[in-house]
Design a protein around this ligand. Structure first.
Ligand code: SAM
Length: 232
């Protein structure tokens, strides 16, 4: 369970009403049951239910189950697509190991706005699912051009470029990082966007193989390649 409260030996952790509902009404946990907790700072803790009510409850930390892990030094920039597929992208990016998710608007982006709160909730669920000790922040939608204008070039961008027809690239020769991955919308990037990406010294285009992948597949493939070559 992802929570805000500090975690430590014997620490009492009061639950929010929705968390109490989930643990006691949905999961049917009772006093004495064990729950895994993390808050993004103190690692993963095993806690015991000491009070269980319909809309409130208290857990007590018993022992640290895992130390706090540094999030992988990888960000994802992607252009939102249909709602469910965008949810999928955020979920899988967080499971596969991204530290920050930045939805970007480009010329052919399908939607002009996103439900950031909904995507952040997916990031939280994904972190809980894969026993991460950190919930990656999901930013609001921002124009790609503006983001690139203010970009700190010390974080290089791996641009998955479907025009590079060929075998999936090995990333083994890339320097360790920090890195961000950029995936385009269903319609790809416009010729003008492609020209400006090509001109940026901190952008490295890569191929994900000879087939044109759907954007959500491309996200999974690119993060997996990065993880196998550079990640942890
Ligand atoms: N509209 C483009 C077309 O028809 O040629 C395809 C865009 S593709 C559905 C969505 C995004 O996935 C692309 O912008 C790119 O970032 C990524 N992508 C898909 N297949 C790829 C590949 N084989 N290599 C690199 N990137 C790929």
């Amino acid at each position: 369970l992802s929570i805000e409260h500090p975690l430590g030996p014997g620490q009492a952790v009061p639950l929010e009403p929705d968390q109490a509902h989930y643990l006691f009404a949905v999961m049917r946990l009772e006093v004495g049951a064990r729950v895994a907790l993390f808050n993004g700072r103190d690692g993963e803790w095993t806690a015991e239910v000491v009070e269980a009510h319909k809309k409130r409850g208290i857990l007590a930390c018993v022992e640290q189950a895992a130390p706090q892990l540094d999030p992988p030094d990888l960000w994802l920039l992607f252009s939102p697509i249909k709602k469910e597929r965008t949810d999928f992208i955020v979920e899988k990016a967080c499971e596969l190991g991204c530290a920050r998710v930045l939805p970007v608007q480009s010329a052919f982006t399908n939607s002009a706005r996103i439900r950031q709160d909904r995507l952040q909730a997916h990031a939280k669920e994904a972190a809980e699912q894969c026993l991460g000790t950190f919930v990656p922040p999901v930013e609001d939608l921002q124009p790609l051009a503006k983001l690139l204008e203010g970009w700190d070039p010390s974080r290089r961008i791996l641009w998955a470029d479907e025009a590079l027809v060929g075998p999936a690239q090995t990333l083994a020769d890339l320097p360790p990082g920090p890195w961000a991955i950029l995936i385009g919308p269903e319609g790809g990037f416009s010729p003008a966007e492609r020209a400006s990406l090509r001109a940026l010294p901190f952008v490295t285009p890569i191929s994900l193989g000879p087939r044109i992948l759907r954007a959500d597949t491309a996200v999974c493939a690119a993060i997996t390649l990065w993880q196998s070559a550079i990640g942890d």
